[in-house]
Design a protein around this ligand. Structure first.
Ligand SMILES: [Zn+2]
Length: 380
């Protein structure tokens, strides 16, 4: 295939790129060629398939329009998950990490069979919380998640941002979960808002910290020093809750107090992210926390990071591709346009390095060498 430009996922642009795909893999990448190609994407920019490290693929608005699956059959719930997987892939996300639901395991298997269109799916299945018991009980739970097919272990180490975000799991519980995850070869991924919960997770050697809405420069620097991945989500999740307030209101902690925290959190998280950008060497992941109403819109997070929070587009796109892949231990398979990588390739109308909103115009999606979307026919 050929495009006016390709962004390789690592920071480099390849002008007049020609990419040859065979057997589901990229076999060559060349610049400056012309002539016929199977897929002529002139006027478009090729990118590695985007990666979202944080979605809730099972969440949806049910038959009454509310953000709950109460009263649904398991079959109805699963079909909503299939729809979410489809719109996520069509939006250019070829790999997502679901945090996490037991139903993800069957969805992951169905997508992997190659008929149902969806992104490569990773899942944490069920989380470790402050109610998971003693250190020994937590270690046993982690081993059970591994046996059930989890790709990672999720920890709920602090309260929800709608309840103030204070630390919930003890330091010992966090150490047990992340330590055992490492011992059985799983990554650990920690929901943490407050400074103390972020610090505990980082010092326990957990792989990734998400949210971190209340962190100070000390925690940002600590994560950098320890090599902990940090996944803030500042541009889609809270905004989506507010846009769909009536669909969420009255469910769990989605009450007036919770929504007040959400509104206050938007500028707070933006300022936190701007500080994070100044911490050189901090590994910033692009994860959206997409729930009901946000599936298929994950790119809005990247657009917000660039347009509102001031992250350079090249860095934001690198984070959402090669760095995200690295955080999933998939850096040698996905997230880059390079020889030997999976042919996960998307094309957008325009150049996202100049105009990041080009990510809203995904015209071509290939995953593992198979084309799932192509509305790029003809030239501009
Ligand atoms: Zn989440």
């Amino acid at each position: 295939m050929r495009a006016s430009s390709a962004f390789d996922g690592r920071g480099r642009s390849i002008p007049d790129a020609t990419i040859v795909v065979q057997g589901g893999k990229i076999v060559s990448v060349e610049a400056g060629r012309s002539g016929p190609a199977t897929y002529d994407l002139r006027g478009r920019t090729l990118l590695p398939g985007l990666v979202d490290t944080h979605v809730h693929i099972d969440t949806h608005f049910g038959k009454d329009g509310r953000a709950t699956s109460d009263g649904e059959t398991p079959q109805q719930s699963m079909l909503y998950s299939v729809e979410n997987a489809y719109v996520t892939l069509m939006a250019g996300f070829t790999t997502v990490q679901s945090i996490g639901s037991p139903s993800d395991v069957d969805l992951r298997a169905a997508i992997a069979r190659g008929i149902v269109p969806g992104p490569r799916l990773l899942t944490s299945i069920s989380p470790v919380t402050e109610n998971s018991g003693t250190s020994d009980q937590i270690r046993a739970f982690v081993r059970k998640m591994k046996a059930d097919g989890a790709d990672l272990v999720k920890l709920f180490a602090s309260k929800s941002s709608r309840e103030g975000g204070g630390q919930t799991m003890t330091d010992a519980q966090i150490q047990a979960a992340c330590g055992e995850a490492k011992a059985v070869g799983l990554r650990s991924w920690v929901h943490a808002h407050s400074p103390s919960s972020v610090r505990a997770a980082t010092l326990a050697g957990c792989t990734t910290v998400t949210h971190g809405s209340q962190v100070t420069d000390a925690e940002l620097t600590l994560m950098r020093d320890r090599g902990t991945y940090f996944e803030p989500n500042i541009g889609l999740v809270s905004q989506n809750y507010l846009e769909n307030k009536s669909r969420y209101f009255g469910i769990g902690n989605f009450n007036e107090e919770g929504f007040a925290f959400t509104e206050k959190g938007i500028p707070m998280k933006r300022e936190m992210f701007k500080r994070a950008l100044t911490v050189s060497g901090l590994k910033l992941l692009m994860g959206t926390d997409a729930g009901a109403g946000a599936h298929g819109r994950s790119a809005e997070e990247i657009i917000y990071l660039v347009q509102v929070a001031g992250q350079p587009a090249r860095d934001a796109l690198r984070d959402a591709t090669s760095l995200n892949a690295q955080s999933l231990n998939l850096a040698d398979r996905i997230g880059s346009i390079a020889d030997g990588f999976e042919a996960d390739l998307i094309a957008v109308d325009g150049d996202p390095l100049q105009d990041i909103t080009a990510l809203r115009r995904v015209v071509f999606v290939m995953k593992g060498g198979k084309v799932y979307k192509n509305i790029a026919r003809g030239t501009r």
